[in-house]
Design a protein around this ligand. Structure first.
Ligand SMILES: [Zn+2]
Length: 496
């Protein structure tokens, strides 16, 4: 039996108390939180609870186990309702047995408070006059006096009601709620992103405040993820905020990124950036990565969803943080991470709204002293140690590397960065064009005359009708020192 669980059905309080009895327990304390018929003077008809269960159950179990251990209790159990509840229904039940009453009371109280403050559970109240928006349980106290209005944004023809709806249905994960993250979060909450997951294991420090305006002096010492979620819920209560006060790692990444539309990297060190990059590759979602150093910043959008180049394509594994430093060592003016964070938020909105000018396979370099911006090509590195080269699985079925034939879908080869060379005659090409675009056309005769300029560092895939001419051409080029040239096995005929 799990110490914490959710229940979509009414909670059976008597059935829950029974198993907590023990001959060694002289005290038993139980708490029932029930749905009230009014809130701040308004009549409540019913309410709904929704939870991010994958995360909440693990965290809930930790809360119960910690309270039981800390207070020397014997057993503890907590059940939270989800779905629609009527007035008088039990919304949350906590039971603790302990050797004496004091331990039972104290542990029970701690569990109630922690469940209310730490778990990603949202509440929507249905009033007699109107309904509230979804709010994190902690913030359910005050009904909004006005509605958050997106009209200045949806007035853009590229946004409109369709775009606004797309944003409301989006889920974006922000890793790091510091100098970059505060600005990303504020802008994305303002834009109406329906669900924002905030990952940060740090606590607010006084030295953060000058560049992290989501936090107030009173937040110093509090977990950043929770303080940010609280502040944002005051700012725009209609959205869902999932605070995750844990260090981002591969396991957490897999849980949080599944089903998300994008992840934004706002960390301040390379080790964490590589983790975000890799998690995005595995989840197949875009990652918007930024870093700042003194008066400069860099922005890269890793389109893992489109087979784009990744962070590891540009930076070798051995890249160490000592190489560039971070805010702690190097110092930073508040507007620098603010501007880079806003650029990250902008790229997220561009990709969610499918606006033109999106960064892909590029680095954006920003120099804020000289007000310079440059877009540099950052193509896929065929030797990338990351997972961005997605033909791995297809290549596993290909003949051994001594052969030149490669059997894989042309689209996958394009996605993996192969330069496609169509070596058929112009008549053949016109009659049956390749099912991809961007290829180079180079009839075999001209290729054998040495007309193909093979650029080192890029893989080439030669294509003909049945894979015979391309095989010969690849061997011809290999013999001239071009090791990274391949022939599409079976040619175009084998593609259908
Ligand atoms: Zn890569």
């Amino acid at each position: 039996m799990s110490a914490f669980s959710f229940s979509a059905a009414p909670i059976d309080t008597a059935g829950l108390a029974g198993p907590l009895a023990s001959p060694a327990a002289g005290g038993f304390a139980a708490f029932e939180g029930r749905v009230r018929d009014q809130n701040e003077g308004r009549t409540v008809r019913s309410l709904e609870y929704e939870a991010f269960e994958a995360l909440a159950v693990a965290e809930g179990e930790r809360i119960v186990a910690d309270a039981v251990r800390r207070h020397g209790a014997t057993l503890g159990r907590c059940v939270h309702r989800t779905g629609r509840l009527a007035v008088g229904d039990v919304a949350v039940w906590v039971g603790v047995s302990a050797p004496h009453r004091a331990e039972a009371f104290a542990a029970c109280r701690e569990i109630i408070d922690a469940v209310k403050h730490r778990l990603p559970i949202w509440k929507k109240e249905h009033y007699a006059d109107a309904d509230s928006g979804w709010v994190n349980c902690e913030h359910a106290a005050h009904p909004a006096v006005a509605e958050f209005d997106y009209s200045r944004q949806s007035a853009l023809p590229e946004v409109g009601t369709t775009g606004q709806r797309r944003l409301a249905e989006a889920h974006v994960v922000v890793v790091g709620a510091g100098g970059l993250g505060c600005h990303v979060l504020a802008s994305l909450a303002g834009a109406g992103i329906g669900r924002l997951t905030i990952v940060d294991h740090d606590r607010v420090e006084a030295s953060n405040l000058h560049r992290q305006p989501l936090y107030a002096i009173a937040d110093v010492g509090r977990p950043k993820a929770e303080a940010a979620a609280r502040r944002l819920a005051d700012y725009n209560p209609g959205l869902r905020y999932v605070p995750v006060a844990r260090r981002f790692d591969a396991e957490l990444g897999a849980a949080l990124l599944a089903g998300a539309n994008a992840v934004v990297d706002c960390t301040d060190n390379f080790a964490a950036k590589f983790l975000v990059n890799d998690a995005a590759q595995r989840a197949g979602i875009p990652a918007v990565i930024a870093s700042v150093y003194q008066y400069e910043g860099q922005l890269q959008v890793v389109r893992a969803d489109r087979g784009g180049s990744c962070l590891r394509c540009q930076w070798p594994e051995a890249t160490r943080d000592g190489l560039v430093g971070n805010c702690v060592e190097a110092g930073v003016l508040g507007p620098v991470p603010a501007i880079l964070g806003q650029l990250q938020a902008l790229e997220v909105l561009k990709l969610l709204l499918d606006l033109p000018g999106q960064l892909q396979d590029e680095l954006l370099l920003v120099d804020l002293l000289e007000h310079g911006q440059r877009r540099l090509a950052a193509p896929r590195n065929p030797a990338c140690a990351g997972r961005c080269v997605r033909v791995d699985a297809a290549a596993a079925h290909a003949p051994p590397a001594t052969d030149v034939d490669l059997r894989l879908p042309l689209a996958a080869a394009v996605a993996a960065g192969y330069r496609i060379v169509d070596i058929r005659e112009p008549m053949e090409c016109a009659f049956e064009p390749l099912p991809v675009s961007g290829q180079q056309s180079m009839p075999l005769g001209r290729l054998l005359d040495g007309a193909l300029a093979v650029e080192a560092g890029h893989p080439y895939l030669l294509v003909c009708a049945h894979g015979v001419r391309s095989h010969a051409a690849a061997e011809f080029l290999r013999a001239r020192g071009h090791a990274n040239v391949w022939s599409l096995a079976g040619g175009l005929a084998a593609q259908s």
